[in-house]
Design a protein around this ligand. Sequence first.
Ligand code: MLT
Length: 234
Amino acid sequence: MAIELYATAGSVEKDLRNHVVIVVDVLRATSVMVTAVEHGVRFIIPVSEVEEAVDMARQLGNQRVLLCGERQAKPIPEFHLSNSPLEYTPEMVADREMVMTTTNGTRAILRAKDARVLLLGSFLNASAVAHVARENGENIAIVCAGTNGKFSLDDILCSGAIISRLLELDDLARTALTLYDSYKDDLRAALAGSAHVERLRSLGMEDDIRFCLQEDVMDAVPCYVDGVIRDSYA
Ligand code: MLT
């Protein structure tokens, strides 16, 4: 099994059509989507722009649709839910349909959409996503969303967690694994002072950080097929 790791969605130059791709945006987009799928959402449609999300919700045209996401980590006015995983309770999302746009995460998913199999990973479903990736092929690429085109330490640390459940690594995958192995008993210490964590902290989102750093508490493995994300076990 070969594992390649990309630090940002923009750094993926090769064709991923023969790969099983895992997109990771641990703070917070893929943690939110894993949580929503775990809690029974029917499906999620990821889109790049706020206007596209509004149009898509209008096209779906039913009471079940939730408009979800953020811009620069802040809620979008008029949207039902922000990008806090704590809002995606079973009461809020079970049997609903989501249209979601985030600054980096949904764009990374759309950038990887030609992958043979496209899964969403986070700490929450680290073992479950590694299991489904392994079942689906030998060539695995982990694509980190990053933040505004830059490497984000939380995504690399989470990639290390997923890689530790797989193996046969390129150099960045090896680095992520070493980082994760050194800090797996204290993930918060690994991220202390890192840019994305500090930004969320400055916005008072400490509880979201704590939530997103829980390991293996969910079995949902969201899978993108033809524009729509659903649980791969559904
Ligand atoms: C993103 O997609 O850029 C993020 O998930 C940002 C955030 O809300 O923390």
